[in-house]
Ligand binder design. Structure first.
Ligand SMILES: C[S@@+](CC[C@H](N)C(=O)[O-])C[C@H]1O[C@@H](n2cnc3c(N)ncnc32)[C@H](O)[C@@H]1O
Length: 429
């Protein structure tokens, strides 16, 4: 069903597909529609293998990176993502045999990446789960709000499970960390349907219902299921035959201040989309259970783009100023300015050490009802600095076409359900 609507959109845009592999010609137009997810037959779905072990907000689909590497990279080139989030750029770089460097403010990247690239350890999960039940080791996070997020009853089983997992050697520990994070969240008052950490009516009811059941058995059963799921994902990942390549990860770094030690060849990134997400807040519960302390987590939150002041840079984009004029409210104007000074300043600075391409993926962003073409602003600014705009690929989030348009209460207009994500490719001139 989804396939049919995708094909329809493709025809509408007069795009020719060739055996499912699509390399549009840049000569025809600088903006070209594409369905990245259909371009890479060797990666059969967006959550295949290690690409689907954890739900990180605004995660890249692996096919975008695979497409870039297949079309623009040469053997031996070094790939870099300064806003790496889940670390998808690293996992894909392994598949195509490229060394890479990843940075992110969110320290979660270390746990996700170490899990994503691990070899499936030989382990008897049932035996290990039985050991948890008998474990004398305990761990609880140093979190002033712990009792707001968890009913007293669950804390004992959580403390034992985490204590046990932390006592395992590294290989086995990574087999349990993400599964246990997922089960821990399920046993909390957090609403998993909402990205931000949020206690809702629905999630309070979930905990009430759990307490009426044999929740201990359910806890171990879910944990076993989650570990099994991870093992299947690692098995799928091995089928992609990833290479052992050189890599570097800097987690907990503020990309706005960090410098590259040496030149890199291709920068591939997806920076935050204006004020769309608060990544640290969304993953705060995970960070506490992973042992990060409250003061550190608070400090990280303050560094997120666009929530803290940044040095101003000269912006070379008429589109930036055109949209700026339409924003009335002071606090929104402040966010708009901070966002672009942060992103444009950082990419201009880091771009000096990029030898070949910068590929920047940005999603839909609005200030109130005003759509902001982040991609056009990036292109105008970076062209002024000497980068050559090769192409912008426009990827449609096709599934949404299936739903009927609704009226947006803020604008009173029909909601534009066909959202797009844009990949800007710039070449060093
Ligand atoms: C759109 S997400 C990137 C997602 C990534 N492409 C993936 O595949 O998961 C943007 C990332 O920027 C990070 N970020 C926000 N402010 C930052 C800062 N000042 N320094 C470094 N990273 C930052 C967030 O933690 C988030 O992971």
């Amino acid at each position: 069903m989804k396939k049919i609507s995708q094909l329809f959109l493709w025809e509408e845009n007069k795009i020719i597909t060739n055996n499912n592999l699509l390399f549009p010609s840049p000569e025809t137009n600088k903006k070209i529609p594409i369905l990245f997810r259909d371009t890479i037959p060797e990666i059969p779905s967006t959550t295949y293998g290690s690409f689907g072990i954890y739900k990180y907000p605004a995660k890249f689909i692996p096919q975008v990176i695979a497409y870039i590497l297949k079309k623009y990279a040469q053997p031996g080139m070094k790939i870099f993502d300064p806003f790496a989030g889940y670390g998808t750029v690293g996992v894909v770089s392994r598949v195509y045999n490229y060394p890479y460097e990843l940075w992110d403010l969110n320290p979660l990247i270390t746990t996700i990446h170490n899990t994503a690239i691990m070899e499936n350890p030989k382990a008897n999960v049932v035996d290990l789960l039985n050991e948890i039940k008998k474990s004398k080791k305990e761990f609880l996070p140093n979190w002033s709000n712990l009792k707001y997020w968890f009913p007293e009853e669950f804390l004992e089983i959580l403390a034992k499970s985490w204590g046990f997992v932390y006592s395992l050697d590294e290989k086995l520990r990574y087999l349990f960390l993400i599964p246990l994070l997922n089960v821990t969240k399920y046993f909390s008052y957090a609403d998993e349907k909402v990205h931000k950490l949020y206690k809702s009516k629905h999630s309070k009811k979930k905990v009430e219902e759990l307490l009426k059941k044999d929740w201990k058995s359910l806890f171990y059963c879910l944990l076993e299921k989650e570990v099994g799921k991870l093992q299947r994902k690692l098995f799928e990942n091995a089928l992609l035959k990833p290479h052992k390549v050189k890599y570097k990860i800097k987690s907990g770094v503020d990309t706005l201040k960090e410098e590259l030690d040496s030149e890199i060849n291709i920068l591939i990134t997806s920076p935050p989309y204006l004020q769309a997400q608060e990544y640290i807040r969304s993953t705060k519960m995970e960070l506490f259970w992973l042992g990060y302390d409250e003061k550190y987590i608070k400090e990280l939150s303050k560094k997120e783009i666009p929530y803290h002041p940044v040095p101003e840079v000269e912006i070379h984009s008429p589109t930036f100023f055109h949209h700026r004029e339409k924003i009335q409210e002071k606090h929104l104007l402040l966010l708009y300015d901070r966002y672009f000074h942060a992103i444009l300043g950082t990419l201009s600075r880091l771009g000096k050490k990029v030898t070949n391409y910068m590929c920047i993926f940005v999603g839909p962003a609005k200030v109130r009802t005003i759509s902001i073409p982040i991609d056009d602003i990036l292109v105008e600014h970076l062209e002024h600095l000497g980068w050559k705009h090769e192409i912008t690929y426009i990827d449609k989030i096709v599934a949404r076409v299936m739903f009927e348009s609704k009226i947006n209460p803020a604008s009173g207009e029909k909601d534009d359900r066909i959202k797009t994500e844009h990949l800007v490719v710039l070449k060093k001139d």
